[in-house]
Design a protein around this ligand. Structure first.
Ligand SMILES: [Zn+2]
Length: 78
């Protein structure tokens, strides 16, 4: 069974205690990973993206990438 990479976007608000999954995307490994993750984060306005390696039923966490530009603004007003 072939392996592939998947990215999952998350919405996060530390002030309101929100942590929720948004969308998942299959990564095209022929394209630069960081460029792709940035595009995905921008599409969803997601402050956090997780990358997983998928192999059949198994998913292995690879890394977390954070984008400060998409963080919620709550903390600025708290
Ligand atoms: Zn917030």
């Amino acid at each position: 069974m072939s392996e592939y990479l998947m990215a999952m976007t998350y919405d996060e608000c530390p002030v309101e205690n929100v942590w929720e999954e948004m969308n998942d995307y299959v990564i095209d490994e022929s394209i630069d990973l960081n460029t792709q993750l940035k595009t995905i984060a921008k599409t969803d306005v997601a402050p956090v993206v997780h990358v997983y390696k998928i192999n059949g039923e198994q998913s292995t966490f690879i890394k977390e990438v954070r984008y400060e530009e998409y963080q919620c603004n709550c903390e600025k007003w708290a």
